[in-house]
Design a protein around this ligand. Structure first.
Ligand SMILES: Nc1ncnc2c1ncn2[C@@H]1O[C@H](COP(=O)(O)OP(=O)(O)OP(=O)(O)O)[C@@H](O)[C@H]1O
Ligand SMILES: [Mg+2]
Length: 474
């Protein structure tokens, strides 16, 4: 049988309550019984004062203990008188019929526990007491001399019917209170279990909704405890999933759009050739070819990004000199830079080495992307300044170019996929908006960082840093 968490919580509360109530019931019973017996004994001992006075009077009249010594009848009459007086009767030896009262004397009680001793504590009358816990009550004469002792052994159990009935009544009342308490404990346990589990149930329902793809599900945060923390975390998780889902959809829509545009152009051109609207000239074929190259590059870039997303891009890293890669990239673009009259300078201290632990091909791709951007988005006659710096933790490449720049509020989006600044949406001058995303991926795959800010030259200033191999090995 599957026990739900509500039932478990209820059982935990309820069992604890029952254990507490039963323990209290037993403890109260024991404590009441011993306390009540103690009280009865103390009252009984107090009341012996009156008996002591009667005995002292009789002793003073007679002058010694002979009036009672070995006279069981007188001793019994004394005790019976004493018992009657405690129940509101008259305390006089002459007032009762000896035979009748003697028979009604409860010898199992006070008579059996009481003994009369003389001043030297020698036995005079009563039942001899041998127990160690006897209590001695002095009997004084009129001039306050001790003439004898009453020795009593305290009772170990209740014998009086009224006392027993009273105790039973108390026990029954305690039992009824306990049963009522158990009922209330059960009721409170149900309410508390339901109250505590309400937010958990909401969380369970919300999690199911999230699993079913309802990413707009949110939970109302109640309180400030651990459950509230969990509710907050759930809401953050739902928000992240919702954003991811949105960006996934956006990403697919953007890719479809990016592919559709050149494909539509290609289709149009091919159909024009088929219909004879255009002649298959060298120029037309060249246009078709460059369109295909553009689509091909786009597909390559997308493939590379998706590969790096799933961590499937292979990096063959080794210790390399960073400035060597920079020199190679700039050299391979010399012709294009010259044709656009862009002055390019690489600055670094030749007495230093700028070693990084990296994949040469990927770094080449990274700096090619940056240089392509400089070529595309820098006005003719502009400048490109590349410098290297290093400290004991990292090697940094500062890549700056001249106007135009990018409005500051758009800088944070430059590394987003398919992002292009509005003016560069022209298909002839701009690309798909994937180059910088790839640069970021390559940098991060090398445990590096890439940032962009406006350059003093008027264009953009990219800072790319990689950890030095020394730091990596630590
Ligand atoms: N050096 C730069 N100067 C000015 N703007 C730049 C520079 N580099 C990038 N940009 C802007 O940032 C946008 C994104 O650059 P990114 O390299 O990611 O894409 P792209 O060059 O448009 O296309 P792709 O690189 O995929 O062919 C560019 O469209 C351009 O508007
Ligand atoms: Mg680019």
């Amino acid at each position: 049988m599957k026990i739900g968490i509500t039932l478990k919580l209820f059982l935990a509360f309820f069992t604890t309550s029952i254990i507490v109530i039963i323990t209290m019931l037993v403890a109260v019973r024991c404590s009441f019984q011993s306390g009540f017996l103690d009280y009865i004994n103390r009252v009984e001992i107090e009341r012996l004062d009156a008996l002591a006075v009667i005995i002292a009077d009789e002793y003073e009249k007679q002058g010694d203990w002979s009036f009672i010594k070995n006279k069981k009848g007188i001793w019994h009459r004394l005790i019976i008188s004493h018992l009657r007086s405690t129940k509101g009767g008259d305390y006089k030896l002459e007032n009762f019929d000896n035979n009748q009262e003697e028979q009604s004397l409860d010898l199992t009680d006070l008579g059996l526990r009481l003994e009369l001793l003389d001043a030297e504590k020698e036995f005079v009358a009563g039942n001899r007491q041998f127990g160690g816990n006897t209590v001695l009550k002095p009997i004084n004469n009129s001039i306050d001399e001790i003439i004898g002792w009453l020795s009593i052994t305290p009772s170990t159990a209740l014998v009086d019917t009224v006392d027993i009935q009273f105790t039973e009544q108390q026990n029954n009342t305690a039992l009824i209170i306990s049963i009522v308490s158990i009922f209330f404990a059960a009721l409170i346990a149900v309410l508390v279990a339901q109250h505590l589990l309400r937010p958990i149930k909401t969380l369970v329902d919300a999690t199911r909704a999230l699993t079913a793809g309802n990413f707009d599900t949110r939970i109302e945060v109640t309180g400030v405890d651990e459950v509230a923390q969990l509710q907050n975390d759930f809401n953050s998780l739902a928000l992240t999933l919702e954003k991811n889902e949105q960006s996934r959809r956006q990403w697919i829509a953007d890719i479809s759009h990016e592919l559709r545009t050149p494909m539509a152009v290609l289709l149009g051109e091919v159909e024009a050739l088929q219909d004879g609207v255009r002649k298959p000239s060298q120029e037309n074929l060249h246009s078709l070819h460059s369109e295909i190259i553009r689509v091909n590059k786009l597909i390559d870039d997308l493939y590379q990004l998706s590969m790096s997303d799933i961590g499937a891009l292979d990096y063959r890293k080794e210790q390399i000199e960073l400035t060597g890669v920079l020199d190679d990239v700039v050299t391979s673009f010399t012709e294009q830079l010259r044709s656009k009259s862009i002055q390019t300078r690489i600055e670094y201290d030749t007495s230093h080495t700028y070693l990084v632990f990296a994949d040469t091909r990927r770094l080449y791709q990274l700096f090619s992307n940056l240089l392509q951007n400089t070529l595309r988005y820098t006005n003719p006659g502009g400048r490109c300044q590349i410098s290297c710096a290093k400290n004991d933790r990292e090697v940094t490449v500062n890549w700056q170019d001249s106007e135009p720049g990018v409005p500051e509020h758009l800088l944070e989006y430059l590394f987003d996929r398919l992002f292009r600044v509005e003016e560069s949406r022209n298909r002839d001058s701009g690309g798909a908006g994937l180059g910088l995303s790839i640069c970021k991926n390559i940098t991060e795959a090398h445990d590096g960082k890439i940032n962009v800010q406006p350059s003093a030259l008027g264009g953009l200033w990219f800072q790319i840093s990689f950890p030095t191999p020394f730091v990596r090995s630590r």
